[in-house]
Design a binder for this molecule. Structure first.
Ligand code: PMP
Length: 308
């Protein structure tokens, strides 16, 4: 599946893919001054259904606020623009990447006088860690790279430059032959994956790190918390010491790209029986039933793109 589609929404209009280019002096290219989202649209019998469009856009505006970027559109306008782009590209399902960045203007570090560019890219995309990962689980390590300390970068924001930190962890994991890395926060508590939030199950209770452990407040994380409570499971958002990982009955990672991916080992230590556990499977099934339109959309998570 190529990273490609026909149209990219750029500052209010659709432009052909090949024409959506920037100048080399674009501020974001030098200093990481961008904010973005990753959203999925699932194939349903009614057409592509965008998963939790509004919470994703709300987070985009939150991230922009942190970086003091004024987005020259309303959330409503960007929601319409996302729908328009998915429709124009004729996708049955896709990944959606809204991106807001400081364009070409000055090369001083404070780029607030640069123009703000807004684009929406969509393309067809399979499973991030592979179909087998979803079914069998992945092997991960605890990274030697930590998430940023709270007084260095705002981890809650989805800011381009911050992904250099994620890249170090991902490259380390891949070079050592693992699918993903779990990062600890500056104080040594479990934070998250390079692009996923983390959950573990111990004695029937679900644990996930709270927002002060340098995590991104994942939209999928929030959905999984809703589904866990719906299933009558006890959920604790609390700091997780590293050794709690090795004692877990089940571990899974959540994210727009990774969806709900089971973890079968951490640092070569087998988790549970080394295959996805019953609670992970239950949450996966419920999640996929809703997003693919097979179960009712009880929580208003889907925006169906009608084929006009
Ligand atoms: N943490 C990080 C660092 C991420 O990049 C992502 C992916 N956006 C997530 C967690 C999961 O967030 P979401 O469920 O909103 O995709």
């Amino acid at each position: 599946m190529a990273l490609r589609s026909d149209w990219i929404w750029w500052n209010g209009r659709l432009v052909p893919w090949d024409q959506a280019t920037v100048h080399v002096t674009a501020h974001a290219l030098h200093y990481g001054t961008s904010v973005f989202e990753g959203i999925r649209a699932y194939e349903t019998p009614q057409g592509p259904a965008i998963f939790r469009l509004r919470p994703h856009l709300a987070r985009l505006f939150f991230s922009a606020r942190l970086l003091r970027i004024e987005i020259p559109y309303t959330e409503e306008q960007l929601a319409e623009a996302v729908v328009e782009t998915v429709r124009a590209n004729g996708h049955a399902s896709c990944y959606i990447r809204p991106l807001v960045f400081r364009g070409a203007g000055v090369l001083g570090v404070d780029g607030r006088s640069c123009p703000v560019e807004v684009v929406i890219i969509t393309f067809e995309w399979g499973k991030y860690l592979g179909q087998e990962a979803l079914e069998k689980g992945v092997d991960v390590i605890v990274s030697s790279w930590r998430r940023m300390a709270p007084d260095t970068f705002p981890a809650l924001g989805k800011i381009g430059g911050q992904y250099v930190n994620s890249q170090f962890a991902a490259m380390e994991a891949h070079d050592l032959g693992y699918a993903e890395a779990i990062m600890l926060d500056a104080y040594g508590y479990v934070a998250e994956g390079s692009g996923e939030n983390l959950f573990l199950v111990k004695d029937g209770v679900i644990y996930t790190p709270p927002l002060h452990n340098s995590i991104l407040l994942g939209v999928t994380r929030d959905a999984v918390l809703t589904l866990a409570r719906e299933q009558g499971l006890e959920v604790r958002e609390q700091p997780i010491p590293r050794e709690w990982l090795y004692a877990a009955d089940e571990i899974f990672m959540t994210g727009t790209a990774a969806e709900i991916t089971p973890v079968r080992s951490v640092d070569r230590i087998r988790i549970g029986c080394g295959e996805p556990g019953p609670i992970t499977r239950r949450l996966q099934e419920r999640f996929f039933a809703i997003v693919t339109g097979q179960a009712p959309d009880l929580y208003g998570w889907l925006t169906v793109v009608d084929r006009k």
